[in-house]
Design a protein around this ligand. Structure first.
Ligand code: FES
Length: 143
């Protein structure tokens, strides 16, 4: 099965050039946290709000990598790696009407707001992350 996955990846087109944020940049800002106290949470700086137009996406260098998207109503974040293989979803096409991203390798669609799979071959959902805007910068809450 692992060999089969490698074959699929080898046949896939190269990733389109989307900006890659080189270094994880943790902000020294208070976070809300799941319990509202900010414990165990950190904010990762993703980009400036002006860096992404609606329909744009960017990959943030974090473990695991995170994709930040701009939709018509704001910014959202999910895991960047497709749950089917190893594609970067930040290199996929964003459908603004459906609020979905299409995997650039095999075409699965994921709901950007919920992480739910909308079409095969992927079958597992993506993890989503809260996004905070501070001044003109976009942060992803991880923890
Ligand atoms: S890598 Fe196959 S659908 Fe994303």
């Amino acid at each position: 099965m692992q060999v089969l996955s490698r074959c699929f990846v080898a046949l896939c087109p190269p990733l389109k050039g989307r900006e890659f944020v080189g270094r994880t940049d943790y902000a020294k800002l208070p976070t809300g946290g799941r319990d509202g106290k900010g414990e165990g949470m950190a904010l990762v700086k993703a980009c400036k709000t002006s860096d992404l137009k609606p329909g744009g996406a960017i990959r943030v260098n974090h473990k695991p990598p995170i994709a930040v998207y701009r939709l018509n109503d704001g910014f959202y974040a999910t895991d960047d790696t497709c749950t089917h293989a190893e594609a970067s979803l930040a290199a996929g096409d964003v459908d603004l009407e459906e609020c979905a991203v299409e995997c650039p390798y095999h075409g699965s669609f994921f709901d950007i707001k919920t992480g739910h799979v909308l079409s095969l071959p992927a079958s597992r959902p993506l993890k989503t992350y809260p996004v905070k805007i501070v001044d003109d910068e976009v942060f992803v809450e991880v923890g």
